[in-house]
Design a protein around this ligand. Structure first.
Ligand SMILES: Cc1cc2nc3c(=O)[nH]c(=O)nc-3n(C[C@H](O)[C@H](O)[C@H](O)COP(=O)(O)O)c2cc1C
Length: 204
């Protein structure tokens, strides 16, 4: 039986629920799935594919980026998919970044205030500016797929500096933006994207 690791970083817990949902969806295809916080991942031996998830926290969660960079050589032979939670995304119509197909929760992007002249915040919240640091962390390997979904922001769970950043820099209203349908639909496509349905020659 194929084995998949779904590993995640989180600040306030919402990414953990998404990771469990992604794991649940993948396991419907008869695949064994381990869902673990990145801090509990010892190594990648024995896995046939890896999914790494993390929220945007002033850039993609630092621990998730570090994990990708540390394992970039392994990802040259081990298929990798990535998911990102965010509360703010500028609508630009991008569907891939650096040649990697990107699935975006359609409820997340907001059109810029003035088409053709993006503000600093709108430029910061473009898909390409969120994802390029992720792609440079995995280089020369590339994820087979990236999913970008709405997250959850609850000021009561955060330290004061995090509240200030979220309110004034990303200007995201607090609330629940996780779209389970979009998350499940992306995750249902992962067994194929991670090539789990291909039979290894040695298994024949
Ligand atoms: C300090 C801080 C920084 C954030 N930075 C961004 C950001 O740059 N872009 C964005 O879209 N969302 C940003 N968010 C929203 C988070 O990505 C969102 O709330 C996510 O669901 C948090 O995941 P977690 O509950 O697993 O920590 C930020 C939230 C916090 C608290």
């Amino acid at each position: 039986m194929k084995r998949i690791l779904v590993a995640y970083a989180t600040m306030a817990g919402s990414t953990a629920d998404v990771a469990r949902t992604v794991g649940e969806e993948i396991s419907k295809g008869g695949v064994q799935v381990d869902v673990l916080p990145l801090t509990q991942v010892k190594d990648l031996k024995g896995y046939d594919g890896v999914v790494v998830g993390g929220p945007m926290i002033m850039g993609w969660h630092r621990a998730a980026r570090r994990f990708l960079r540390k394992n970039r050589l392994a990802f040259q032979r081990l298929p990798l998919a990535v998911f990102v939670l965010a509360m703010s995304l500028t609508q630009t119509g991008e569907t891939s970044v650096g040649g990697v197909p990107v699935t975006v929760d359609e409820k997340l992007p907001k059109p810029p205030q003035k088409a053709g002249s993006l503000s600093f915040r709108e430029r910061y919240a473009r898909l390409s500016s969120y994802l390029k640091p992720i792609l440079s962390a995995t280089r020369p390997a590339r994820p087979v797929s990236i999913g970008v979904f709405g997250g959850r922001l609850e000021y009561g769970r955060l330290k004061w500096w995090a509240v200030l950043f979220a309110m004034f820099v990303i200007q995201a209203p607090a609330g629940e933006r996780r779209n389970w349908e979009a998350i499940r639909s992306w995750a249902a496509g992962l067994p194929a994207a991670l090539r789990l349905e291909e039979t290894k020659v040695e298994e024949l």
